[in-house]
Design a protein. Sequence first.
Length: 131
Amino acid sequence: MLTSSYRDPRETFSFSPIRKLKIGAASLGRTASVETRAKLSSSRTGSKHPYYGKSLPMHILDTAASLSGTPIYVYDEERFSLVNGVPFRSIRDTAKYLPISPVTLPKKLNTNKPFKGYYYYSLAQPFKPKK
């Protein structure tokens, strides 16, 4: 006789793989009618959409921008230290905060020559370049 039962609350309910295959096979080839599709669409549009008026969290946007952008290491000409202490996350971000155009910046990257008082690199530099 079973006197106690334990179910881990972290496990989510799911169907067995065989049941999933049966459900998938039963719905294969079915298409919803035009009226049904219109009802489904209207039930999720505008303020009824779960993400209506919401934005992604800022840390997710920052992570996506840093993954998709090219990090730009900007060093001060006199001290040869990073301007912000960390690299800029993209060319656009660098051009927004420093006196350089986003068109000019790719031309000045990795040239070992200062431009308007700054060195621009796509990789971290351990020491100051020779002039």
